[in-house]
Design a protein around this ligand. Structure first.
Ligand code: NAD
Length: 263
């Protein structure tokens, strides 16, 4: 195989993407579909899944809350039926969590952030690893962390704590699964353009008491390349990590963030 050909994931990969109905997850699911992969997504939002199904009817789907173990079990029943096994898990689900000073945060908001961002990573990995070990297709697990899993993030402590935890889980799993030929990596997206970031910037502007546009300019000032990333930038990294060219890449926390200097 030429080096150029080795940069594409092989066709026919069986891929599961959590929270795949919109945002980064949908971009990843659609990108894998373009490579000829068989893709299953799950998401808590049934209407968003219906929109994805209209765009990509061959992508199968389950409505599921990734933080609920029974829902995750149902996803894996659906994966077994739709794909008959698994070569790639993209553990993408994650919520922004609350914004505020530590003494103002509500316990329920902390617990929900941990449940969605961290517990889900365990539930999905716990069910996926036996399937990945049986794969003969250069199997790989990709955990979605964040630049907030590399830098401290004041007033977003639940989010940052869970995203650092995702990196710790990934690095440990990479050691555990390497001898079985399963690679494990994390992608750390930076500021992704779109609705989610607009609401994050809005919330931080409100917390800091500054205009939204001033907060947006402050965000770009932190990025060496002075631009946000797109969901496709993140999807491209996921494809690379599942290509033969990445067959010796494991245990890495890979930033796609234009070099975010601080948060
Ligand atoms: P998003 O907010 O656009 O949501 C994507 C999907 O997640 C939605 O379809 C939503 O319904 C689903 N979802 C939410 N809670 C769920 C749950 N409990 N169970 C199942 N599905 C659920 O998310 P995004 O911005 O695409 O982020 C995807 C991942 O990337 C997350 O882990 C996030 O932390 C990470 N990330 C995002 C950014 C960014 O700027 N957007 C930056 C760094 C990291």
């Amino acid at each position: 195989m030429s080096i150029i050909d080795s940069l594409r994931p092989p066709p026919g990969l069986r891929v599961l993407v959590s929270a795949g109905a919109s945002g980064i997850g949908a971009a990843v699911a659609l990108a894998f579909r373009e490579t000829g992969a068989r893709v299953h997504v799950c998401d808590i939002d049934g209407a968003a899944l219906e929109r994805l199904a209209r765009e990509a009817p061959e992508i199968t789907a389950s409505v599921a809350d990734a933080s609920v173990p029974g829902d995750v079990d149902r996803v894996f029943d659906d994966v077994q039926g739709a794909l008959g096994g698994l070569d790639v898990l993209v553990n993408n689900v994650g919520i922004a969590g609350p914004t505020g000073a530590i003494q103002e945060l509500q316990r329920g908001d902390w617990e929900r952030t941990v449940a969605v961002n961290l517990n889900s990573q365990f539930y999905f990995s716990n069910r996926a690893v036996p399937l990945l070990k049986r794969s003969a297709m250069n199997p790989s697990l990709i955990a979605m962390s964040s630049v907030a899993g590399r830098l401290g993030y004041a007033f977003r402590t639940p989010y940052a704590a869970t995203k650092w935890a995702v990196v710790g889980l990934m690095k440990s799993l990479a050691i555990e699964l390497g001898p079985h030929g399963v690679r494990v990596n994390a992608i750390l997206p930076g500021t992704v353009e779109g609705d989610r970031m607009n609401s994050v910037i809005g919330a931080r502007a409100a917390t800091a008491g500054v205009p939204v546009e001033a907060m947006r300019a402050a965000y770009l000032q932190k990025i060496s390349l002075r631009r946000m990333v797109t969901t496709e930038d993140v999807a491209a990294m996921a494809l690379f990590l599942c290509s033969p060219a990445a067959r010796n890449v494991s245990g890495q926390a890979i930033s796609v963030d234009g070099n975010m200097e601080y948060l």
